[in-house]
Each structure stands twice: as structure tokens, then as C-alpha cells.
Design a protein around this ligand. Structure first.
Ligand SMILES: Nc1ncnc2c1ncn2[C@@H]1O[C@H](COP(=O)(O)OP(=O)(O)OP(=O)(O)O)[C@@H](O)[C@H]1O
Length: 486
């Protein structure tokens, strides 16, 4: 027999159980420490599994038809340690079973958060004892069976999943399929967890509270291609851990959302958080005493999170920032174009947090203090922002949230009244071309009546009113401009 290093033999003796006993079971044993499921299978364990599979196969001269199996027990060490992989497998299998295809399944009700910090519960399907289901991965067929063999002499429950496959597929299963099962389970866990939002109280984060904003990309009314571009950007960001490492860049991404009040900037932040299942940190810079407090706040954020700074234009004195940055060619802030703000913004008091302090974190310190971070600035007045913030490369993506046009309206009509078409649509389409109206205003009109036709009628009248007002205002504005010119 090919000699193996002692550690591998040890692992195999413990892990393989009765592996060499003809049927060739490979048992995933000790070492499945808590938290492993969160990190996907570590490379060493993956390698050990590969070696173990080869070790079992080689001496037996496994033929293509021979079946091998991995046994994933619920607990080890006489019940002292739980096997995270067992939980991961159970979670993963919920995506593979359905009452339509499996005659008998278990059904349970579980709190969304294991520590019951959330009041949400969800139902979960699971295989019944001796129930089985098949799966297909990269050309490999596997069968999962859920077995309970009664409490063993060592005190373990004897409850396990048996994952069987053709002997020739042992490497694929152990090196790629098992990690895939674990990462899928992790994604499901992330998706199911309740999101938290934390706000800062001066220099420290308050305890996060549950965040249940209903906005998703499906409910967001915005230009479809822009929406897709944001989603693609987020997907790319998530996939690129290795890439960021390789090019030596911090694994973070910055977005600047700008547009008039009521165009959905906060809704987009919520949709992004819901899409990624990232927690939110809502940073109020006006109560942060200085740059070092800012530093502590940013360092104390957890990974897989979004930092939001709303109304960034109100956070810094542009003139002071200009001096601070040594920039002489900044344009003066434009006149306030927003005559009727949807809500009055609080005037932020000036403090000693500086724009350069913040930018240092975006570029520098932030990079070393965490990963999978997203930072989002929102503003109603992009033109008021300091050039230092707008410089290419500073914020990775600038997203303009604009007035409600035809495609955005269709999303709202579908959301609010489940209508995809209506005789009033053509008129509304024409009006939306002529009138600047925010999605918030359109939503409000659509909510005024329960009946779709009546709601659309209300909206049409509202848009007509806006159009008439705009026509009246236009000549007045022309006169004012002419007066100024004289
Ligand atoms: N693009 C949108 N898609 C769907 N709903 C929207 C959109 N924009 C606004 N709404 C509706 O209007 C409400 C207010 O919008 P939201 O707070 O997201 O706008 P905002 O641009 O962040 O405004 P502000 O600049 O005043 O903070 C939302 O709760 C939602 O009901």
C-alpha cells in the first residue's frame, strides 16, 4: 500500500471510519470546526479529502461502476462537537427537494436568526429519515440519503447524510462538490438572516436594529439598463475576491447616487442591501467629533456591510474643503434648483471631520481594515460636491436617479396595481415625456385609489396639472432671465 503521512493516515482512520471495508465509505470526521461553513472548505481540508478519496480508491482498484460515499454525521466526539457540514448539507438540500417530486418530506418552522433576535420565522423542508434525493454537478450524479441508525456506543446519535457517487467521481465530489454545497449553504444563510441597520451615536455605533425595507430591484422604478448595470456591478464585485487580492486593491466598492428628492436614492440603497444581504451602517457625520473618531467608526464596521452617508453635499463646507485640498479652480456651488423639497433637510453643524479625513479612509486606511465593503454617498446636488469626491476612481460608479419616465412608470404600475397595460397608458406615456415628475410623486398618486383605472385617472390629471403649471412658469422664467440680462 502506498505510504501516507501519519497525519493523513490518522485523519483517514478517524475520518474514513470503515472506509477500507469494501463498500468504501469516506466519513468526514473531526476538524469540521464551527465557522468552517462560513469560510467554505479550507484548502488543506480539501486537499486532505482528495488524498483520502484517492487512498480509498487506489488499493481497492475501484472500478467505474463502484459506488463510494461520504458520511456526514451530525455530531462527533460523543456528541461534544457539532458538524457544521451536516447543517450546511441540510440547508443545501432544501434547494433540491420539493413535495412535488419527493413523496414524503419533513417540514419545520425555525427562527430566521438562530439567537431569536428577530421575530421572523420561516418554514423549512427536509428529507425524512431514509429519504433520498439526487443531484447533478458538473457531469457528476450524486445521491443524498438521510439516515438515522440509533445512538451508537460512543454516544453519537448516528444521524447522518450519506452522499454516494461513482468511485471515479470521488475527486470531483470531494474537491469541488462539497465546497459548492458549503458555499451555497452559506449564501442561503446570508439570504435568510435578518438585516441590521446601525446608526452612529457620536463616535460609536449603536446596537444594530432589524432592517426591513421592502425595496428590491424588482420594485425599483428606474431606467432598466441602468438598473441592470448596477446589479451587474454588484455581482461582479461579489465574485472578485481573488481578483482584488491579486491586483492588490482593497475589496470595496463606492457608489455615488444623485438625483432630485424622491427619485429613489434611499430606495436604491435598500434594494442593494436586500440584494447583497449586507447590513447597513448609516453614518451621520454631523455628530462625529473628529477624524480619529471617524477612523474608529470605520474600523469597527463588520465585513459584508454597506456604509451610507446621505446628503454628502451637506456634510462639508465646500469652501473649507477647497482650501484644505489646495484646489483653486473649484466652481462656486450652483443655485438651489430644488424649489419644493419633499422633506426639509436638517442643517448640519460644522465639525472637525474633514473631507480629506473621509477621503483618506476611502482610499487608504479603509483598505486595510476590512473587506466586502460598500460605501454609498447620496446627494440631491451633485454639482455642489467637491471635485475631490467626483474625481475618476474615487467613487466607482455614479448612478443618476432621475425623474419618472415610461419604463419606470410601468414598474410602479405593476407594483401598485398589477397592471401591464391599460387604455390610459398611451396618454400617460406622452405626459411623462413632457413633465418632470418623481417616482415618489407617481407612487403617491397611484396609492390614492384602490382601483387601477381610477388611480391611473388620478395620475393622469396630476400630470396634466403639472404640465399646465410648467407652461405658465416658463414665460415667467424667461422674463426673469431677460430682466437679469438688462
Ligand atoms: N425609483 C423609485 N422606485 C420605486 N419607488 C420610489 C422610487 N423613488 C421614490 N419612490 C417612492 O418614494 C418614496 C421616497 O423615495 P426615496 O426616499 O427612496 O427617495 P430619495 O431620492 O432617497 O429622496 P430624498 O433625496 O428626499 O432622500 C419611497 O419610499 C418609494 O415609495
Amino acid at each position: 500500500m502506498e505510504s501516507l503521512p501519519l497525519t493523513v493516515l490518522d485523519t483517514c482512520k478517524k475520518a474514513l471510519g470503515t472506509a477500507a471495508s469494501v463498500a468504501g465509505y469516506v466519513m468526514l470526521a473531526r476538524g469540521m470546526a464551527r465557522g468552517m461553513a462560513r469560510d467554505i472548505l479550507p484548502p488543506e481540508l480539501r486537499a486532505a479529502l482528495g488524498r483520502a478519496a484517492a487512498f480509498v480508491r487506489a488499493p481497492l482498484g475501484a472500478s467505474d461502476k463502484e459506488r463510494h460515499a461520504l458520511v456526514i454525521r451530525r455530531d462527533f466526539d460523543s456528541g461534544y462537537s457539532e458538524n457544521e457540514l451536516f447543517d450546511a448539507a441540510r440547508k443545501y438540500l432544501t434547494t433540491k427537494i420539493s413535495p412535488r417530486t419527493t413523496p414524503c418530506l419533513g417540514l419545520g418552522l425555525f427562527p430566521v436568526e438562530p439567537d431569536r433576535s428577530s421575530s421572523s420565522w420561516s418554514t423549512l423542508l427536509c428529507l425524512e429519515y431514509d429519504g433520498s434525493t439526487s443531484d447533478h454537478f458538473d457531469g457528476v450524479d450524486v445521491v443524498w440519503k438521510y439516515v438515522r441508525a440509533g445512538r451508537g456506543e460512543d454516544g453519537t446519535t448516528g444521524e447522518y447524510f450519506k452522499l454516494s457517487f461513482d468511485a471515479k467521481d470521488a475527486d470531483t465530489v470531494s474537491e469541488r462538490y462539497v465546497p459548492f454545497v458549503m458555499s451555497t449553504a452559506e449564501q442561503l444563510r446570508m439570504r435568510a438572516r435578518a438585516l441590521k441597520i446601525s446608526k452612529n451615536d457620536g463616535a460609536s455605533w449603536q446596537h444594530g436594529i432589524n432592517y426591513h425595507h421592502p425595496a428590491t430591484f424588482a420594485t425599483l422604478a428606474m431606467d432598466p439598463s441602468l438598473k441592470q448595470a448596477v446589479m451587474d456591478d454588484l455581482d461582479r464585485f461579489l465574485k472578485r475576491k481573488e481578483y482584488y487580492l491579486r491586483i492588490g486593491k482593497p475589496w470595496k466598492r463606492g457608489y455615488l447616487l444623485y438625483g432630485p428628492p424622491g427619485t429613489g436614492k434611499s430606495s436604491l440603497v435598500a434594494a442593494m442591501a436586500n440584494y447583497l444581504r449586507f447590513n447597513l451602517y448609516d453614518l451621520d457625520l454631523s455628530v462625529v467629533p473628529d477624524n480619529s473618531a471617524l477612523q474608529m467608526l470605520l474600523i469597527n464596521m463588520r465585513n459584508k456591510s454597506i456604509l451610507v452617508i446621505e446628503d454628502i453635499d451637506c456634510c462639508f463646507d465646500a469652501k473649507k474643503s477647497r482650501e484644505e485640498e489646495g484646489s483653486r479652480n473649484m466652481p462656486e456651488p450652483a443655485a438651489d434648483p430644488d424649489n419644493t423639497p419633499r422633506r426639509q433637510r436638517p442643517q448640519r453643524k460644522q465639525n472637525t471631520v474633514t473631507l480629506s479625513g473621509l477621503l483618506n479612509f476611502i482610499d487608504g486606511l479603509w483598505s486595510t481594515s476590512g473587506e466586502e465593503r460598500i460605501i454609498i454617498f447620496t446627494t440631491n446636488y451633485k454639482e455642489r460636491l467637491d471635485q475631490a469626491l467626483l474625481r475618476p476612481g474615487r467613487m466607482d460608479m455614479h448612478v443618476e436617479m432621475g425623474y419618472c419616465r415610461w419604463e419606470a412608470f410601468r414598474t410602479l404600475a405593476r407594483n401598485y396595481h398589477l397592471v401591464d397595460d391599460h387604455p390610459l397608458f398611451p396618454e400617460i406615456q406622452q405626459l411623462l415625456k413632457a413633465v418632470d415628475v418623481t417616482p415618489a410623486e407617481v407612487s403617491e398618486m397611484l396609492l390614492r385609489k384602490e382601483d387601477a383605472g381610477q388611480a391611473l385617472q388620478v395620475l393622469k390629471q396630476f400630470l396634466e396639472g403639472k404640465k399646465t403649471n410648467a407652461k405658465k412658469e416658463a414665460p415667467e422664467m424667461k422674463n426673469e432671465e431677460a430682466d437679469k440680462a438688462m
